[in-house]
Write a protein that binds this ligand. Structure first.
Ligand code: SF4
Length: 619
């Protein structure tokens, strides 16, 4: 075992709470100094402990899986956009490593009770929730909220424990083990990888934290100066000001113009009526904004539908990915329907990206005659018609009728249908693709292909392809030659997520050295202010995540983009990129593995692992 038991530390390496739902026992433990130096916190601690504590081959929905909820060393401090948190576990969607990031206040609240993270293990014999305070941990009966949606659940917990309480919970989808169920905190979600299903498999409905606001820092004076400098840098930044005004609700303006807005289950790169989904059109439905702890951007734009069949729909969102999931996937420009589907996903606790792609997949199966109304509970699934989409979201969340099959994800559903349906299953490693068409944004696509969690835009976002970012060098978005840029993006993201800082904030003129200085002041470790050290931490995290998957039997075969993108030319309806395909995947992977120090099969070589201090995980 990795942990030490210490009551006091010279350094702030982080404490965590281990909660066993089978035995009801809890233990407070501390992170060893060497682990704090090598992994820092957040995502670093997540993979370090997950690798150490999960036996290979376990069932992700079995009692042996563990659920880690992690904040970072900066959470709960006055610094801006540093209080996000994440979940790490073994994914029921991919069978590999999972990390899913969430916002709202929960990460700060975890720090307020002086924990960097929770390790939740075992399985309760009946529905329970965990209530945490500075004084202790109680495992409570959740009978009154089992079956309730996430709004009802959080309202009930607020009534039980008061205004100083923040929660993370699952909805019916998590209880019913939908493979892409989310964990919801306020109206933010740890959406990807099926973390909500893992929580549901443990009969755990929610974690509630009641706390007063205080955080332990090793050097509070130095930290305070750095936080003030950070606030000044951010508040004057143009990208920050744009994000504050619009959130991500204008990204579809750009991606439709670039021909990379995946449409009709990744057949086209542009919506038929793209002008009807512009950010300015969504702006007319906006009724408020919401955000995460200590972030003035408040980028969650709230939309309310006032007329038509979806009147009354009200959602903190949809943000870009969800706008796309509920328009692009089925070639619909009905933005009211997108708000209704988004709200339903948050209520039921479902990842919007996987839900949208699964629904687009069902529409295409219907179009191709591979399923019929006998399979769809009578629904006619026609591209352009959003009405069945909202029904399908509900069916997925409750595993009703065809929803029960779609709840398994596109990979498993295609395996059960056969007949060439895998051509329409748009996933990497079993996780559905997000809202950027790889044939028109190749570095973004190869980030999906090589990400250990499956197709995730956030694993190493290729801002070079989408926004023309010039660092580390500009890309030609149709070229497949930027393995070094993909690695740069992935490693940099891993460093930021040790924080756990918001990835948007990384584009607000807040340089890595400033982040490192804040980490150093928080942990009391000068080494964390060294950029070379930080770069190595990012590399180390990515390599250990890869080693986790290798131990589960994954290799090069799992690093492929979906068959459609390798065999069908992109159609862009007049936007740039007509006819593009992914044509050089093998050459790309060869280069990527070589630069990473991995074998031709995509396995980290012993020399590389030793160099990173990961000899314990080399094959
Ligand atoms: S920019 Fe948005 S997602 Fe990021 S911390 Fe701020 S409110 Fe949260």
């Amino acid at each position: 075992m990795l942990f030490l038991k210490e009551e006091s530390m010279a350094l702030n390496t982080g404490r965590f709470l281990r909660i066993n739902l089978t035995t009801g026992k809890t233990a407070v433990e501390s992170v060893p100094e060497s682990v704090a130096e090598d992994f820092i916190g957040g995502r670093g601690y997540g993979i370090r402990y997950l690798y150490d504590e999960l036996a290979p081959g376990i069932d992700p929905l079995g009692e042996q899986n563990k659920l880690l909820m992690l904040s970072g060393p900066l959470a709960g401090t006055p610094a801006l956009a540093v209080s996000r948190w994440m979940v790490c576990t073994k994914s029921p969607l991919t069978g590999g490593y999972a990390r899913s990031v969430c916002g709202a206040d929960f990460g700060a609240w975890l720090r307020f009770i002086d924990y960097d993270f929770l390790i939740i293990e075992g399985k309760a014999d009946k529905p329970v929730y965990i209530h945490l305070t500075e004084d202790g941990c109680e495992i409570m009966d959740a009978g009154a909220i089992w079956g309730k949606d996430t709004k009802e659940t959080q309202a009930w917990l607020g009534e039980q424990h008061g205004k100083k309480t923040r929660t993370a919970c699952i909805g019916p989808a998590g209880e019913k083990l939908v493979r892409y169920a989310a964990i919801v905190s306020d109206r933010r979600t740890a959406g990807r990888c099926g973390t909500g299903a893992v929580m549901g498999s443990k009969n755990l409905k929610a974690v509630a934290i009641t706390a007063s606001r205080k955080v332990h820092l090793s050097d509070p004076e130095a930290y305070d100066i750095l936080a003030k400098e950070q606030a000044k840098l951010i508040r004057d930044n143009d990208a920050y000001l744009h994000h504050k005004e619009w959130g991500t609700t204008t990204t579809q303006d750009i991606t439709n113009d670039l021909g990379i807005y995946p449409t009709s289950n990744f057949r086209y790169g542009k919506l038929v009526d793209s002008e009807k989904v512009l950010g300015a059109v969504y702006r007319k439905m906006r009724t408020g904004d919401m955000g995460c702890y200590s972030c003035p951007a408040r980028c969650g734009k709230v939309h309310t539908v006032t007329a038509g069949p979806y009147a009354g729909a009200h959602s903190e969102g949809p943000e870009y990915e969800s706008i796309w999931a509920f328009t692009g996937s089925i070639d619909s420009s009905d933005i009211e329907a997108s708000v209704a589907a988004d709200e339903l996903c948050d209520d039921l606790g479902i990842d919007t990206i996987s839900a949208g792609v699964c629904i687009g997949f069902a529409y295409e199966l219907f179009e191709k005659g591979l399923i019929s109304t006998a399979d769809t509970d009578g629904l006619e699934l026609r591209f352009g018609d959003p009405a069945p989409m909202v029904d399908l979201v509900r069916k997925i969340g409750l595993r009703e009728g065809i929803g029960d099959r779609l709840a398994e994800g596109t990979m498993r559903m295609a395996e059960s249908i056969g007949q060439g349906s895998d051509l329409y299953a748009i996933h990497v490693k079993g996780m559905e693709l997000p809202a950027y068409e790889p044939r028109g944004a190749k570095s973004q696509g190869y980030n999906y292909a090589t990400a250990s969690i499956g197709a995730s835009h956030c694993y190493g976002y290729a801002a070079q392809d989408i926004f023309g970012a010039p660092v580390p060098r500009p890309t030609d978005r149709f070229s497949e030659e930027y393995a070094d840029v993909v690695i740069f993006n992935q490693n940099g993201t891993a460093v930021k997520e040790t924080g756990v800082i918001c990835l948007f904030a990384g584009g607000w003129g807040w340089v890595e050295s400033h982040y490192g200085a804040m980490l150093a002041a928080s942990r009391g470790m000068e080494k964390l202010a060294d950029n070379d050290h930080l770069d190595k931490v990012g590399d180390r995290i990515i390599n250990l995540e890869r080693a986790f998957n290798v131990r589960e039997g994954m290799d090069r075969r799992n690093d492929s983009l979906p068959k459609r993108l390798l065999t069908e030319p992109l159609q862009t309806r007049g936007a740039p990129g007509e006819g593009q395909m992914v044509s050089h995947q093998d050459e790309f992977l060869d280069k990527y593995y070589e630069l990473r120090g991995w074998s031709r099969e995509g396995v980290p070589l012993q020399e590389k692992m030793e160099e990173l201090g990961l000899g314990f995980a080399s094959k």
